[in-house]
Design a protein around this ligand. Structure first.
Ligand code: HEM
Length: 151
């Protein structure tokens, strides 16, 4: 179950289903970013690029590699919580996150309990994605063969 949790966390890192979120700035705000001064006006929209944070090697070394060990008990403390945002951040973060995590793990538990998975001639490796803004969609879907487990 621990490894299933790590795998789900890593899948949400590499392919966050909600790749960005936004906030409306409610008052003028000044901040320093990489040595530059940045002014945000009240009523400006700010986009938070979840996908880009998750693929930034400053925060996730070797970001293209699918590596559930990033979320092991020893390693997960190294992740800055402000850079891992599959369910957003702050008081308006995703209200359904616990339900979604439970649903994903239950779904995979029963699938893996009853079936083994194999690549077939239609399986695309590596997976290719459509360039649709604000959405993550594979070009041809995800094709795999499921074989019932005998035991
Ligand atoms: C893997 C599944 C899901 C992902 C990755 C996801 C991701 C997100 C993200 C990134 C946000 C924006 C949070 C922010 O801006 O800080 C959000 C908001 C929200 N999500 Fe989810 N979500 C998922 C499933 C669900 C489910 C199952 C429900 C309901 C049962 C749900 C209900 C909501 C609601 C109501 C908001 C708006 C919260 C607010 O504005 O206060 N989500 N979600």
């Amino acid at each position: 179950m621990k490894y299933l949790d790590q795998t789900v966390c890593e899948a949400l890192r590499k392919w966050p289903p909600v790749p960005m979120t936004d906030r409306l700035c409610v008052k003028d705000y000044d901040l320093k970013l990489d040595g530059k001064n940045l002014h945000i006006n009240a009523n400006d929209s700010c986009y938070i690029p979840i996908w880009s944070f998750h693929r930034d090697l400053k925060y996730f070394p070797n970001p293209e590699k699918f590596e559930p060990e990033r979320f092991s008990e020893e390693n997960r403390g190294n992740i800055d919580p402000d850079t891992y945002l599959p369910f957003g951040v702050g008081p308006r973060n995703c209200i359904g996150s616990r339900f979604a995590l439970m649903e994903m793990k239950t779904f995979f538990y029963y699938l893996l309990l009853n079936f083994s998975f194999e690549a077939n001639s239609k399986t695309q490796i590596p997976l290719e994605f459509d360039n649709i803004p604000f959405d993550i969609k594979t070009k041809i879907g995800i094709w795999l063969s499921l074989k019932p487990r005998n035991n």
